[in-house]
Design a protein around this ligand. Structure first.
Ligand code: RIB
Ligand code: CA
Length: 323
Protein backbone atom coordinates (compact mmCIF):
# COMPACT_ATOMS: atom_id res chain seq x y z
CA UNK A 1 0.00 0.00 0.00
CA UNK A 2 1.16 3.53 -0.75
CA UNK A 3 1.83 5.62 2.36
CA UNK A 4 0.23 9.09 2.34
CA UNK A 5 -0.29 12.04 4.64
CA UNK A 6 -3.68 13.73 4.08
CA UNK A 7 -4.14 17.49 4.61
CA UNK A 8 -7.81 18.44 4.94
CA UNK A 9 -10.28 21.24 5.74
CA UNK A 10 -13.13 18.87 6.58
CA UNK A 11 -15.82 19.70 4.83
CA UNK A 12 -18.20 17.33 3.15
CA UNK A 13 -16.01 16.12 0.26
CA UNK A 14 -13.00 16.00 2.59
CA UNK A 15 -14.98 13.52 4.70
CA UNK A 16 -15.54 11.26 1.67
CA UNK A 17 -11.83 11.57 0.82
CA UNK A 18 -10.76 10.60 4.35
CA UNK A 19 -13.06 7.53 4.34
CA UNK A 20 -11.85 6.50 0.87
CA UNK A 21 -8.20 6.79 1.91
CA UNK A 22 -8.65 4.94 5.20
CA UNK A 23 -10.70 2.10 3.67
CA UNK A 24 -8.65 1.60 0.52
CA UNK A 25 -6.30 -1.42 0.77
CA UNK A 26 -3.99 0.42 -1.67
CA UNK A 27 -3.37 3.32 0.71
CA UNK A 28 -1.84 3.52 4.18
CA UNK A 29 -2.82 6.83 5.85
CA UNK A 30 0.13 7.73 8.09
CA UNK A 31 -1.56 10.85 9.47
CA UNK A 32 -4.21 13.48 8.74
CA UNK A 33 -3.48 17.20 9.17
CA UNK A 34 -6.30 19.73 9.53
CA UNK A 35 -6.19 23.29 8.22
CA UNK A 36 -8.55 26.28 8.19
CA UNK A 37 -10.46 26.63 4.95
CA UNK A 38 -14.08 25.54 4.52
CA UNK A 39 -14.51 26.27 8.21
CA UNK A 40 -12.32 27.58 11.03
CA UNK A 41 -9.58 25.32 12.40
CA UNK A 42 -11.67 24.21 15.41
CA UNK A 43 -14.45 22.96 13.15
CA UNK A 44 -12.23 21.37 10.51
CA UNK A 45 -10.27 19.57 13.24
CA UNK A 46 -13.41 18.37 15.07
CA UNK A 47 -14.97 17.20 11.78
CA UNK A 48 -11.78 15.33 10.86
CA UNK A 49 -11.74 13.58 14.25
CA UNK A 50 -15.43 12.64 13.84
CA UNK A 51 -14.75 10.94 10.49
CA UNK A 52 -11.75 9.00 11.84
CA UNK A 53 -13.88 7.95 14.84
CA UNK A 54 -16.81 7.05 12.54
CA UNK A 55 -14.62 4.40 10.91
CA UNK A 56 -12.94 3.36 14.17
CA UNK A 57 -9.63 4.02 12.46
CA UNK A 58 -6.31 4.34 14.30
CA UNK A 59 -4.95 7.35 12.41
CA UNK A 60 -3.37 10.32 14.23
CA UNK A 61 -4.81 13.78 13.53
CA UNK A 62 -2.62 16.89 13.76
CA UNK A 63 -4.16 20.35 14.08
CA UNK A 64 -2.78 22.88 11.58
CA UNK A 65 -2.85 26.54 10.68
CA UNK A 66 -5.80 28.70 11.62
CA UNK A 67 -5.13 31.44 9.05
CA UNK A 68 -3.60 31.78 5.56
CA UNK A 69 0.09 32.74 5.30
CA UNK A 70 -0.50 36.34 4.24
CA UNK A 71 -4.02 37.38 3.35
CA UNK A 72 -6.59 38.66 5.85
CA UNK A 73 -10.02 37.15 5.30
CA UNK A 74 -12.28 40.01 6.24
CA UNK A 75 -16.01 39.47 5.67
CA UNK A 76 -16.05 41.96 2.78
CA UNK A 77 -13.32 39.99 1.03
CA UNK A 78 -15.08 36.64 1.11
CA UNK A 79 -15.83 35.40 -2.42
CA UNK A 80 -19.36 34.65 -3.47
CA UNK A 81 -18.32 31.11 -2.65
CA UNK A 82 -20.79 28.33 -3.12
CA UNK A 83 -19.71 26.93 0.24
CA UNK A 84 -20.94 30.02 2.00
CA UNK A 85 -24.31 30.16 0.27
CA UNK A 86 -27.33 28.68 2.04
CA UNK A 87 -30.29 26.87 0.61
CA UNK A 88 -33.45 26.07 2.55
CA UNK A 89 -35.09 22.79 1.53
CA UNK A 90 -38.23 21.67 3.40
CA UNK A 91 -37.45 24.27 6.03
CA UNK A 92 -33.97 22.82 6.63
CA UNK A 93 -30.81 24.87 5.91
CA UNK A 94 -28.53 23.11 3.46
CA UNK A 95 -24.85 24.00 2.99
CA UNK A 96 -22.07 22.61 0.83
CA UNK A 97 -20.19 22.12 4.12
CA UNK A 98 -22.02 21.84 7.45
CA UNK A 99 -20.35 23.50 10.45
CA UNK A 100 -20.22 20.12 12.14
CA UNK A 101 -20.69 16.78 10.39
CA UNK A 102 -23.85 14.89 11.31
CA UNK A 103 -22.03 12.01 13.04
CA UNK A 104 -21.26 11.66 16.77
CA UNK A 105 -19.10 14.24 18.51
CA UNK A 106 -15.45 13.22 18.64
CA UNK A 107 -14.34 11.43 21.80
CA UNK A 108 -10.85 11.04 20.31
CA UNK A 109 -8.38 13.95 20.37
CA UNK A 110 -5.82 15.46 18.04
CA UNK A 111 -2.09 15.05 18.75
CA UNK A 112 -0.14 17.71 20.66
CA UNK A 113 2.27 18.54 17.83
CA UNK A 114 1.11 21.26 15.37
CA UNK A 115 0.70 19.96 11.82
CA UNK A 116 3.64 21.85 10.20
CA UNK A 117 6.00 20.56 12.93
CA UNK A 118 4.61 17.06 12.47
CA UNK A 119 5.49 17.26 8.76
CA UNK A 120 9.11 18.09 9.64
CA UNK A 121 9.35 15.36 12.30
CA UNK A 122 7.81 12.72 10.04
CA UNK A 123 9.73 13.64 6.88
CA UNK A 124 13.10 13.91 8.65
CA UNK A 125 12.84 10.31 9.87
CA UNK A 126 11.05 8.87 6.82
CA UNK A 127 13.00 6.03 5.19
CA UNK A 128 11.61 6.71 1.74
CA UNK A 129 9.74 9.63 0.12
CA UNK A 130 6.00 9.79 0.80
CA UNK A 131 3.01 11.11 -1.14
CA UNK A 132 1.26 14.16 0.36
CA UNK A 133 -2.41 14.61 -0.58
CA UNK A 134 -3.64 18.14 0.11
CA UNK A 135 -7.36 18.74 -0.29
CA UNK A 136 -7.66 22.08 1.49
CA UNK A 137 -5.67 25.33 1.49
CA UNK A 138 -1.92 24.65 1.35
CA UNK A 139 -0.96 26.66 4.45
CA UNK A 140 0.43 23.76 6.53
CA UNK A 141 2.69 22.53 3.74
CA UNK A 142 3.94 26.04 2.98
CA UNK A 143 4.85 26.64 6.63
CA UNK A 144 6.68 23.29 6.85
CA UNK A 145 8.60 24.06 3.65
CA UNK A 146 9.52 27.52 4.95
CA UNK A 147 10.85 26.02 8.18
CA UNK A 148 12.98 23.42 6.36
CA UNK A 149 13.01 23.43 2.53
CA UNK A 150 15.14 20.26 2.53
CA UNK A 151 12.19 18.10 3.60
CA UNK A 152 11.13 18.18 -0.05
CA UNK A 153 13.67 15.36 -0.60
CA UNK A 154 11.35 13.08 1.38
CA UNK A 155 8.28 14.14 -0.61
CA UNK A 156 7.48 11.71 -3.44
CA UNK A 157 4.85 14.08 -4.88
CA UNK A 158 2.19 16.48 -3.69
CA UNK A 159 -1.29 15.71 -5.05
CA UNK A 160 -3.28 18.94 -4.71
CA UNK A 161 -7.03 19.16 -5.04
CA UNK A 162 -7.15 22.74 -6.23
CA UNK A 163 -7.07 25.17 -9.09
CA UNK A 164 -9.02 25.44 -12.29
CA UNK A 165 -8.29 26.29 -15.92
CA UNK A 166 -11.73 26.74 -17.49
CA UNK A 167 -13.68 26.07 -14.28
CA UNK A 168 -13.70 28.22 -11.13
CA UNK A 169 -15.87 28.45 -8.01
CA UNK A 170 -14.66 30.89 -5.32
CA UNK A 171 -14.44 33.81 -7.75
CA UNK A 172 -14.62 34.37 -11.49
CA UNK A 173 -10.96 33.36 -11.74
CA UNK A 174 -10.17 31.12 -8.76
CA UNK A 175 -10.86 27.78 -7.09
CA UNK A 176 -11.46 27.94 -3.32
CA UNK A 177 -8.42 26.09 -1.87
CA UNK A 178 -5.99 28.19 -3.90
CA UNK A 179 -7.99 31.40 -3.44
CA UNK A 180 -7.97 30.93 0.34
CA UNK A 181 -4.16 30.90 0.48
CA UNK A 182 -2.56 31.86 -2.85
CA UNK A 183 0.92 32.49 -1.43
CA UNK A 184 0.97 29.02 0.13
CA UNK A 185 0.09 27.48 -3.23
CA UNK A 186 2.95 29.36 -4.94
CA UNK A 187 5.37 28.19 -2.24
CA UNK A 188 4.31 24.58 -2.83
CA UNK A 189 4.79 25.05 -6.59
CA UNK A 190 8.27 26.55 -5.96
CA UNK A 191 9.29 23.81 -3.50
CA UNK A 192 10.85 21.56 -6.10
CA UNK A 193 8.46 18.72 -5.29
CA UNK A 194 6.51 17.03 -8.07
CA UNK A 195 3.07 18.68 -7.93
CA UNK A 196 -0.07 17.14 -9.46
CA UNK A 197 -3.12 19.39 -9.61
CA UNK A 198 -6.58 17.76 -9.45
CA UNK A 199 -8.51 20.88 -10.52
CA UNK A 200 -12.19 21.71 -11.00
CA UNK A 201 -11.87 20.89 -14.74
CA UNK A 202 -11.46 17.27 -13.63
CA UNK A 203 -13.65 17.20 -10.52
CA UNK A 204 -16.68 18.72 -12.25
CA UNK A 205 -16.59 16.05 -14.97
CA UNK A 206 -15.90 13.12 -12.66
CA UNK A 207 -19.04 13.88 -10.68
CA UNK A 208 -21.35 11.62 -8.61
CA UNK A 209 -25.09 11.42 -9.28
CA UNK A 210 -28.18 10.95 -7.16
CA UNK A 211 -28.58 7.40 -8.48
CA UNK A 212 -24.95 6.69 -7.54
CA UNK A 213 -25.89 7.79 -3.99
CA UNK A 214 -28.87 5.42 -4.01
CA UNK A 215 -26.39 2.64 -4.83
CA UNK A 216 -24.15 3.76 -1.93
CA UNK A 217 -27.15 3.53 0.42
CA UNK A 218 -27.90 -0.01 -0.82
CA UNK A 219 -24.30 -1.00 -0.06
CA UNK A 220 -25.22 -0.12 3.51
CA UNK A 221 -21.86 0.31 5.24
CA UNK A 222 -21.22 3.19 7.69
CA UNK A 223 -18.95 4.77 5.08
CA UNK A 224 -21.22 4.30 2.06
CA UNK A 225 -24.37 5.55 3.84
CA UNK A 226 -22.57 8.59 5.29
CA UNK A 227 -21.03 9.34 1.88
CA UNK A 228 -24.51 9.17 0.30
CA UNK A 229 -25.86 11.64 2.89
CA UNK A 230 -22.99 14.07 2.31
CA UNK A 231 -23.13 13.89 -1.49
CA UNK A 232 -26.94 14.22 -1.63
CA UNK A 233 -26.59 17.54 0.24
CA UNK A 234 -23.89 18.59 -2.22
CA UNK A 235 -26.19 17.72 -5.13
CA UNK A 236 -28.85 20.10 -3.78
CA UNK A 237 -26.24 22.89 -3.68
CA UNK A 238 -24.88 22.07 -7.16
CA UNK A 239 -28.40 22.03 -8.61
CA UNK A 240 -29.05 25.44 -7.08
CA UNK A 241 -25.74 27.22 -7.57
CA UNK A 242 -23.31 25.18 -9.73
CA UNK A 243 -25.18 22.95 -12.21
CA UNK A 244 -22.89 20.34 -13.79
CA UNK A 245 -23.01 18.63 -17.21
CA UNK A 246 -25.41 16.01 -15.86
CA UNK A 247 -28.41 16.87 -13.66
CA UNK A 248 -28.65 15.85 -9.99
CA UNK A 249 -24.89 15.37 -9.62
CA UNK A 250 -22.14 16.76 -7.40
CA UNK A 251 -18.40 17.13 -7.60
CA UNK A 252 -16.69 15.22 -4.79
CA UNK A 253 -13.41 17.02 -5.38
CA UNK A 254 -11.26 15.68 -2.56
CA UNK A 255 -12.19 12.02 -3.01
CA UNK A 256 -11.09 12.25 -6.67
CA UNK A 257 -7.64 13.38 -5.53
CA UNK A 258 -7.39 10.34 -3.24
CA UNK A 259 -8.61 8.02 -6.03
CA UNK A 260 -5.88 9.38 -8.29
CA UNK A 261 -3.29 7.99 -5.84
CA UNK A 262 -5.02 4.59 -6.04
CA UNK A 263 -5.50 4.53 -9.83
CA UNK A 264 -4.01 7.35 -11.90
CA UNK A 265 -6.32 6.62 -14.86
CA UNK A 266 -9.22 8.19 -12.95
CA UNK A 267 -7.80 11.50 -14.24
CA UNK A 268 -7.66 12.19 -17.99
CA UNK A 269 -5.79 14.61 -20.22
CA UNK A 270 -3.06 15.13 -17.59
CA UNK A 271 -0.44 17.49 -19.01
CA UNK A 272 2.89 18.85 -17.72
CA UNK A 273 2.49 22.65 -17.83
CA UNK A 274 3.69 25.94 -16.39
CA UNK A 275 1.40 27.28 -13.67
CA UNK A 276 1.70 30.48 -11.64
CA UNK A 277 -0.64 31.66 -8.89
CA UNK A 278 -2.36 35.04 -9.03
CA UNK A 279 -1.82 37.00 -5.84
CA UNK A 280 -3.79 40.23 -5.91
CA UNK A 281 -6.46 41.85 -8.03
CA UNK A 282 -8.80 40.11 -10.45
CA UNK A 283 -6.65 37.02 -10.67
CA UNK A 284 -6.27 36.52 -6.89
CA UNK A 285 -5.94 32.76 -6.32
CA UNK A 286 -6.04 31.92 -10.04
CA UNK A 287 -3.99 28.95 -11.26
CA UNK A 288 -2.64 30.69 -14.35
CA UNK A 289 -1.86 27.69 -16.57
CA UNK A 290 0.18 28.62 -19.66
CA UNK A 291 -1.38 26.82 -22.68
CA UNK A 292 1.34 27.82 -25.15
CA UNK A 293 3.70 25.26 -26.59
CA UNK A 294 6.71 27.35 -25.58
CA UNK A 295 6.44 28.62 -22.01
CA UNK A 296 8.56 29.43 -19.00
CA UNK A 297 9.92 26.27 -17.36
CA UNK A 298 7.04 23.86 -16.77
CA UNK A 299 6.51 23.04 -13.11
CA UNK A 300 3.47 20.81 -12.49
CA UNK A 301 1.06 18.18 -13.79
CA UNK A 302 -2.49 19.45 -14.36
CA UNK A 303 -5.51 17.22 -15.10
CA UNK A 304 -7.90 18.77 -17.63
CA UNK A 305 -10.48 15.98 -17.38
CA UNK A 306 -11.69 13.16 -15.12
CA UNK A 307 -13.29 9.75 -15.65
CA UNK A 308 -16.73 9.73 -14.00
CA UNK A 309 -17.45 6.02 -14.55
CA UNK A 310 -14.08 4.94 -13.19
CA UNK A 311 -14.38 7.28 -10.17
CA UNK A 312 -17.87 6.05 -9.23
CA UNK A 313 -16.80 2.42 -9.69
CA UNK A 314 -13.88 3.00 -7.30
CA UNK A 315 -16.15 4.64 -4.71
CA UNK A 316 -18.62 1.73 -4.93
CA UNK A 317 -15.81 -0.74 -4.34
CA UNK A 318 -14.00 1.11 -1.56
CA UNK A 319 -16.96 2.46 0.43
CA UNK A 320 -18.30 -1.11 0.63
CA UNK A 321 -15.31 -2.06 2.80
CA UNK A 322 -15.52 -1.88 6.59
CA UNK A 323 -18.64 -2.46 8.60
O1 RIB B 1 -12.99 24.02 -4.50
C1 RIB B 1 -13.18 22.76 -3.93
C2 RIB B 1 -12.38 22.62 -2.66
O2 RIB B 1 -12.78 23.61 -1.73
C3 RIB B 1 -12.61 21.27 -1.95
O3 RIB B 1 -11.42 20.86 -1.32
C4 RIB B 1 -13.66 21.59 -0.94
O4 RIB B 1 -13.56 20.74 0.21
C5 RIB B 1 -13.32 23.00 -0.58
O5 RIB B 1 -12.30 22.97 0.41
CA1 CA C 1 -11.41 20.36 1.06
Amino acid sequence: AEKIILDVDTGSDDAVAIMTAILSPDIQVEAICSVAGNKDIDKTTENTLRVVQHLGADVPVYRGCSQPLVKFLREDRQPKKVHGLELVVDGKAVQMHADTLDIPEAKIHEQETPAPVFYLNYLHQAEEPITLVAVGPLTNLAVALMLDPMVVEKVKRIVVMGGGYKVTNATSTAEFNIWYDPEAAQRVLDSGAEVVFVPLDATHRACVSKSDCARFREIGTKASVFAAELIEQRILMHNAFQPLDIPDAAAVHDALAVCYVINESVLKDVRYVHCAIGFRGLGEGQTVVDPRHVTAEKNCWFAFDGDREKFVAMLNEILALGE
